[in-house]
Design a protein around this ligand. Structure first.
Ligand SMILES: *Cc1c(COP(=O)(O)O)cnc(C)c1O
Length: 386
């Protein structure tokens, strides 16, 4: 075993596959639970879209978190994993009728509504069922975040949410509808955010909006600030567990919560990111003109983040102690962007070695595709190798 990987057990498995270290996942969940317990009104949901592997979901559900879903399929996955429906929230800019009906039939806690036409459809579909749906409005706070453009969601130019100028009009509209009940405001400014200042900016914006609503006597039960806390992709061993203490403290210090209000969080990446690695085998080491390539049996179809967001994943040769050399680490897919890393230092690589692509627990397995008619990777928990 090198690092924490049971390599001898890996020999019997088809590569590539995802390996989830359940000790890391449980430590992360325990840390969240301990930190959140410091604050009376804080409630944490897990953003299912980061990783919906049923075995991973089961562990997260055991820890008591709620579920934040962005599709009907995710609602089904959450229910199947045992999340209670009254702890499920449903966000998303384009909810189809069947997905809304699914949420209504399960009596989920809340729909995070992103437009007026959506509000009207929820009201109609709830009426057909003789129900009243809890709704929160996702407000676009026009707050930037220091992260990759493709995962920044809180600017006015992004497709998400309802503009601040429309907020009061939409709340008023909902008040006139018989089958929806306005309960809260929802925000989510982006993902992989490590600068607490970005969350402070969101808090300040929410404080402004709350003052406006207070002045009109509009009562808000729930504030939902979404997710977005990032992880340390460069030094996974140094910081296996994200700094939840600083994260929750930032909100406690800067958000002016009313005594009767509850504050919801929806964390995805920070919950599951560091527990997962993509394990691949080296197929070939190829000498190029000025460099050498380690060609893996895993490609962008298994882990698309480097190709999609120019994301960095630390790569380790877990089969070798040989002296370090430099490689471009690439996949087999017929796309020039199918590259996991350039000029990567690795212990000397040979055919058959296992490479671990670290910090791949979030937006890894769940984003896998079958492009090139490839097989979807399996996911295994470390518990399964004991
Ligand atoms: C993706 C998403 C999250 C989770 O984001 P992370 O960066 O993974 O924490 C939370 N809320 C909403 C609405 C989302 O779309």
């Amino acid at each position: 075993m090198k690092g924490h990987f049971p390599i001898d057990k890996f020999n019997t498995l088809c590569t590539p596959f995802y390996y989830y270290d359940t000790a890391v996942l449980r430590d992360t969940l325990n840390c969240i639970r301990a930190e959140v317990a410091r604050y009376e009104n804080f409630i944490v949901h897990y953003a299912v879209k980061a990783n919906a592997n049923p075995k991973v979901l089961a562990i997260i559900r055991e820890s008591g978190l709620g579920a934040d879903c962005v599709s009907g399929g995710e609602i089904q996955a959450a229910v199947k994993a045992g999340f209670p429906a009254n702890k499920i929230v449903f966000a998303g800019v384009g909810k189809a009728d069947w997905e809304i009906n699914l949420g209504l039939d399960y009596n989920i806690f809340c729909f995070n509504v992103e437009s007026v036409p959506e509000l009207e459809v929820i009201n109609e579909l709830a009426a057909e069922r003789g129900k009243t749906a809890n709704v929160a409005f996702r407000i676009n706070p026009d707050v930037g975040a220091h992260t990759h453009a493709n995962i920044m969601t809180g600017l006015a130019e992004n497709k998400f949410g309802i503009s601040m100028q429309d907020m009061e009009r939409v709340i008023e509209l909902a008040a006139g509808m018989r089958h929806v009940k306005f309960v809260g405001l929802h925000f989510h400014i982006g993902s992989q955010i490590l600068d607490m200042g970005d969350f402070v900016a969101l808090c300040n914006r929410i404080n402004e909006l709350q003052e406006k609503l207070d002045a009109q006597g509009i009562r808000i039960e729930y504030i939902n600030v979404g997710g977005g806390l990032g992880i340390d992709y460069h030094h996974p061993n140094r910081q296996l567990i994200p700094d939840f203490a600083a994260y929750f403290k930032t909100y406690a210090a800067h958000l002016k919560l009313r005594a009767y209000q509850k504050l919801h969080f929806e964390l995805g990446r920070a919950v599951v990111g560091q527990c997962g690695s993509l394990i691949a085998r080296v197929l070939y080491v190829k000498q190029g003109t000025n460099k050498q390539f380690a060609i893996l049996d895993a490609g962008m179809t298994d882990l698309i983040r480097p190709a999609l967001y120019q994301a960095y994943h630390k790569i380790e040769n877990i089969s070798s102690e040989a002296s370090v050399e430099m490689y471009d680490v690439v996949g087999p897919v017929c796309e020039s962007s199918d590259v996991f890393g350039k000029s990567v230092d690795l212990n000397g690589v040979k055919r058959g070695d296992f490479l671990a692509l670290r910090s791949a627990g979030a937006y890894g397995e769940i984003m896998a595709s079958q492009y090139n008619c490839r097989t979807l990777p399996q996911g295994y928990l470390s518990d399964e190798f004991m």
